[in-house]
Ligand binder design. Structure first.
Ligand code: SAM
Length: 280
């Protein structure tokens, strides 16, 4: 027979007082979690200069999940995907270019010195897998993603699969990282509203990435505008997948498959973005 203490605990657990009895234990759990977030937030406030479009690394486990996500969406062996992800991280020419250009840019006060790609590793590996002739990226900001995309296209070209990226942004100052060679040799930077720029595209789009105005209405306008421009097996990506259902709904309407990856940033307060993918 259980002792008196155990009998009381069990009796309490069956009453409305149960949550109160467990309060100290629950308090410790949540305080530990919140203290971790506060610690990372304080560290970031002191060390980082970024005020939007945050950069960070992914946790090791999250990175592995990203490799499997790319493997499924890009129909490539996961070992090969891991090699592509390692390839961009080992690209010291690109890393040095980004570090040096960031250090001398007019907007250097708003950028961190360390180069961190996070979900852009997935963009890179998907482009290595799909070998697209024409990528369209909406939303360029400094041009970090554009450089990552251009690097994948240059590697594809060296293996006999040339391609270009059309990068669209409304801000005339966007894309300063992507203006240096060799990356600029495969980048067409177009300044203007993305809907008008998509309407003016004159070549089929093999891979489309939404990363501009993240309102659901604008995201839907972009996917609607690009639909008639897509090649038969085009891959659609969104950076907005943790916020809206736009791409999953587009996928359902157009008979595509859909999958979402959610980031888990390492040592950062930000909960992360993600990659939504729709493909046939
Ligand atoms: C999140 S940032 C892009 C990040 C970038 N892809 C990267 O990898 O770092 C969003 C960008 O979208 C641009 N933008 C916002 N509204 C836009 C619109 N209607 N058309 C084109 N670009 C737009 C902003 O100027 C900003 O540079």
């Amino acid at each position: 027979m259980p002792d008196r203490k155990t009998r009381i605990r069990r009796a309490v657990s069956r009453t409305p007082l149960a949550p109160l009895a467990a309060l100290p234990k629950r308090l410790v759990r949540v305080a530990k979690h919140d203290a971790g977030v506060l610690r990372e937030s304080a560290r970031w406030l002191i060390k980082s200069r970024e005020h939007h479009n945050y950069t960070y690394d992914l946790t090791a486990l999250n990175r592995e999940h990203l490799a499997w996500f790319v493997s499924v969406v890009g129909d490539a062996p996961v070992g090969q995907v891991r090699e592509w992800m390692a390839e961009i991280e080992a690209d010291t020419a690109l890393r040095t270019h980004i570090e040096q250009t960031t250090a001398t840019a007019a907007r250097r006060g708003l950028a961190d010195k360390t180069v961190r790609y996070a979900r852009r590793l997935g963009w890179y590996a998907l482009i290595r897998a799909a070998k697209p002739a024409h990528v369209v990226e909406t939303g360029v900001d400094k041009g970090l993603g554009t450089c990552v995309i251009a690097s994948a296209l240059l590697r594809n070209a060296a293996e006999g699969h040339p391609g270009r990226v059309t990068s669209l942004d409304i801000n005339p100052e966007a894309g300063y990282l992507a203006k240096a060679q060799p990356w600029a040799s495969v980048v067409d930077l177009v300044i203007g509203d993305s809907i008008a720029s998509i309407g003016a595209l004159d070549r089929p789009v093999d891979l489309f990435l939404h990363d501009s105005d993240h309102s659901a209405a604008h995201e839907l306008r972009e996917f609607t505008a690009v639909e008639p421009k897509l090649s038969e097996r085009a891959l659609l990506l969104t950076d907005n997948v943790t916020v809206t259902r736009v791409l999953s709904q587009v996928a359902e309407k157009t008979g595509r498959r859909f999958l979402a990856f959610r980031e888990e940033p390492a040592h950062h307060w930000y909960p992360g973005d993600g990659i939504g993918a729709a493909w046939r």
